[in-house]
Design a protein around this ligand. Structure first.
Ligand code: SF4
Ligand code: SF4
Length: 349
C-alpha cells in the first residue's frame, strides 16, 4: 500500500493511452503554455466536471458544508454531459468528476460515468461514501474507471465526527470495505481505491492508526492532504487573514501544514499557473471556472451550452485577460479572479 503526502510528493502522473490526436493537441497546449499566448489552439488536457453541486454533509471548513457556495443547487443533464464529453473527451489526459458536491448523489451518476469511459482518459472522483448501494458499487467497479478517492477523516468515530459533520463513520468504513472486498471478488485491478484524509488538528494524532487500518482493509493507498483554510474567501482575503478565521483547525505539527505558522503565509507558492492553458472546470449548469477553487459565479469565465460554444469561452475575454496577466505577472485593475494569485501566489501541490 502506498502512503502519499500531498505536501511532499509530486502529484501523480495520471495518463492513459496515447493517441496521435491527443499528443498533437497536447503539443499545441504545451506551446501556448511555454509562449504564454493569450489564445490556446488546443483543447484542455485536464477537465473537472462537477456532476452535482449538492453534498449533504456540513464539513466546517468546506465552502459547501458552510453553505458559502452562492450557486443554485443543480445536477448536470445527461445530454449536456455527453455533448461536453464528445467535444473534449478525445483530447483529455484526466477527467475528475467531483468539485463541490457528492457525485454519487446524482441519480444518473453511474450512467454518466459509464459514458465517460468511452474516452481513453484517466477517470477518477472523490466520494464521502455515505451512499453506496451494492449495485452502484458493482457498477463502479466494472465500468473500468481508474480511481475512487474515499474521504474519511479519521479512523475513529469521534475524530471523524469533528469534521465530517452529518456523515456516519460506520457507513463510510463499511462502504470502503465493500469496495475493496467486491473488487477482490470481481478479480479486477481498477479502480484503485484511495483513502483520503484531511490533515487537521484532530486527524494528526491518528496518522499511524489510519495507515494500519488502511493496510488491514486493503486499500491501494492512503493520501494525507493538509487542510486548506477558508476557500470561500480565497480570492478576497490574504492567506494570513484566512488563517486567522480558522487557525484552530490546523495541525499542531507545522510540517503537516500548508501554512508557515510564523508569518501566516502559505508555504510552497508559485506565481505561475498552468491551469489557464491546460485545464478547465465545468459546473453542472455549464458555467466554466479556470480552476476548482473558484466558487462565485461572478468569477466564472463563461457558460458552455449544448451548442458547444467551447472556443468562445476558452479563448474568450476572461481567459485571454487572465493569460495575459499571468504571463506578465501583473495584477490588473479590472476584476479578474486570477489577480489574487498573481499578488499572493498559488499553492504548489
Ligand atoms: S463532503 Fe466534501 S463537499 Fe461535502 S461538505 Fe464535506 S468536504 Fe465539502
Ligand atoms: S491563477 Fe489562481 S484563480 Fe487563476 S486559474 Fe490559476 S489558481 Fe485558479
Amino acid at each position: 500500500m502506498d502512503v502519499i503526502w500531498l505536501n511532499k510528493n509530486p502529484i501523480l502522473n495520471l495518463q492513459r493511452g496515447r493517441s496521435l490526436r491527443r499528443r498533437l493537441n497536447s503539443w499545441m497546449v504545451g506551446a501556448g503554455l511555454r509562449l504564454g499566448t493569450s489564445r490556446v489552439w488546443g483543447y484542455p488536457r485536464h477537465l473537472i466536471i462537477d456532476l452535482i453541486n449538492v453534498c449533504g454533509l456540513k464539513c466546517p471548513i468546506c465552502p459547501q458544508g458552510r453553505c458559502e457556495i452562492p450557486r443554485q443547487p443543480t445536477q448536470i443533464t445527461p445530454d449536456f454531459f455527453q455533448t461536453l464529453m464528445k467535444k473534449l473527451g478525445p483530447y483529455l489526459y484526466t477527467l475528475t468528476l467531483t468539485n463541490w458536491g457528492e457525485p454519487l448523489k446524482h441519480p444518473r451518476a453511474v450512467e454518466l460515468i459509464r459514458y465517460a469511459r468511452k474516452f481513453p482518459c484517466y477517470i477518477g472522483f472523490s466520494t464521502n461514501l455515505q451512499y453506496l448501494p451494492d449495485e452502484v458499487a458493482r457498477d463502479l467497479l466494472t465500468i473500468g474507471i481508474d480511481e475512487i478517492g474515499c474521504s474519511i477523516d479519521g479512523c475513529t468515530k469521534e475524530t471523524y465526527d469533528t469534521y465530517r459533520v452529518g456523515g456516519n463513520f460506520n457507513t463510510a468504513i463499511t462502504n470502503l470495505k465493500k469496495l475493496v472486498n467486491m473488487r477482490k471478488e470481481l478479480n479486477v485491478d481498477l479502480p484503485k481505491i484511495r483513502w483520503q484524509v484531511l490533515l487537521n488538528r484532530y486527524t494528526e494524532s491518528e496518522i499511524d492508526d489510519i495507515i494500519a487500518m488502511a493496510e488491514d482493509i486493503g486499500v491501494d493507498s492512503v493520501v494525507f492532504l493538509p487542510i486548506f483554510l477558508d476557500i470561500a474567501r480565497m480570492f478576497t482575503h490574504s492567506p494570513a487573514d484566512r488563517l486567522a478565521r480558522d487557525k484552530d483547525w490546523l495541525p499542531m505539527n507545522p510540517d503537516l501544514s500548508w501554512y508557515d505558522y510564523k508569518t501566516g503565509d502559505l508555504k510552497n507558492i508559485t506565481r505561475k499557473c498552468s491551469k489557464l492553458w491546460d485545464s478547465m472546470v465545468v459546473h453542472p449548469d455549464g458555467a466554466v471556472s479556470p480552476c476548482c477553487a473558484v466558487i462565485e459565479e461572478k468569477d466564472d469565465f463563461g457558460l458552455l451550452d449544448n451548442t458547444m460554444n467551447f472556443w468562445k469561452v476558452w479563448n474568450g475575454p476572461a481567459y485571454r485577460t487572465a493569460r495575459k496577466l499571468m504571463k506578465h505577472r501583473k495584477p490588473d485593475p479590472q476584476h479578474n479572479v486570477c489577480n489574487h494569485c498573481i499578488k499572493h501566489g498559488i499553492l504548489i501541490f
